[in-house]
Design a protein around this ligand. Sequence first.
Ligand code: GDP
Length: 442
Amino acid sequence: MFDNLTEKLTSVLKDLRGHGKLTESNINSALKEVRMALLEADVHYKVAKTFVAEIKERALGHEVMESLTPGQQVVKIVNEALTDLMGESHEDLVLSGENPVSVMLTGLQGSGKTTTAGKLALYLRKRGRKPFLVPADVYRPAAIDQLKKLASQLDVPVFDSEVGMDPVDICRSARAAAQQRGCDTLILDTAGRLHVDEELMAELVRIKAEVAPSDILLVADAMTGQDAVNIAQSFDGALDLGGVVLTKMDGDARGGAALSIKAVTGKPIKFIGTGEKSSALEPFHPDRMSSRILGMGDTLTLIEKATEMVDVKKAQDLEKKLRKNQFTLEDFRDQLVSIRKMGSLGDMLKMLPGVSGNKHLSNLDVDDREIARIEAIINSMTAQERQKHAIINGSRRKRIARGSGTSVQDVNKLLKNYTQMMKMMKKFNKGGMRSLKGMLPF
Ligand code: GDP
């Protein structure tokens, strides 16, 4: 996400930090580079211009803090200005109104609307709501099937729309059906076209008039840059959007859409899509995004992701096992599976401070396949082998390698790592904190 922009901005700001005193001229030349970096990232030119002017005013104005060096002050100012540009704080879905409420998803074909419908259902269910999915794209037959399939995978109730029904009728009937099933939030997956066209807008306006949704979101593809901003303007003009979901932020989107949408349309980005899986949806926090763009990481999102995945009871059991040296290969595998659920290792690393702005670190190739390999090896063991790794002799190793499509060396390596870890834990459990000292490499 935004790797280039991050790299450029961190390098400009690093240069600036090197100066003891900031003059108007070195601020000017730094800002010129900031503006170039923004334009290269496909930020709307007017937005880039205003942004730079704003920073200059703040940097040369009265906003100086005694405790910071001039260079640090500029970083602080850029960080705050980026945050303001994207909308200050996170804006959540609006779900107020007569029960059940509706959230209407709109957007062009291929933007990720149907996928986002599933992601939102999951997001809402985690927050204690009862979502009801409504396929209202009757023109593309596959769209209805796609959402029904997704609903069944996620175990979320779905309206039984059929091709040929009127989308407004679907939305009306879906409301009664949702009520009957005890659901409180309808997610309407409306039709998309390849381009903005009047017929589509007229249909969306009719749906809006019929169901009075509590929130209307545009789903837009971040990879399309300024097009996404123009599309947002058109949809907002016709529908008065509540906000935007920016999808495919896991790809190499340059950042233009994320940085311009709020400034151009006045409507906030509420969520970002970060992958094809149904769990790959993040609430959009302008301050955290700004911090990520400046290479300062986003530890808060990382912690939230981890907390969502952690089962407190399981964590306590695990802690007990570690203390008693009973941590088996099976536990090891469960840990890997839960790490994998959080997303790709490379993306998670980038949320740590200093990683994404650093050329060497951000190019680190974190191989998610390595985890998959370890998982496969442990899966090919028998239950007994997982409990008592000492019984895994040469012939067993061969069998495990064959079963998991890996080599005996791979199996050896895993067992070696595991036994080393167990040894370390033993040492730690015996000596407490003091023993840690001997284990650290410095
Ligand atoms: P729709 O036509 O707007 O309903 O779009 P779909 O939901 O069918 O999505 C189009 C394609 O984009 C599918 O292949 C999705 O898997 C993919 N997609 C959707 N959201 C994301 C995302 O956040 N990241 C990535 N990498 N792919 C996505």
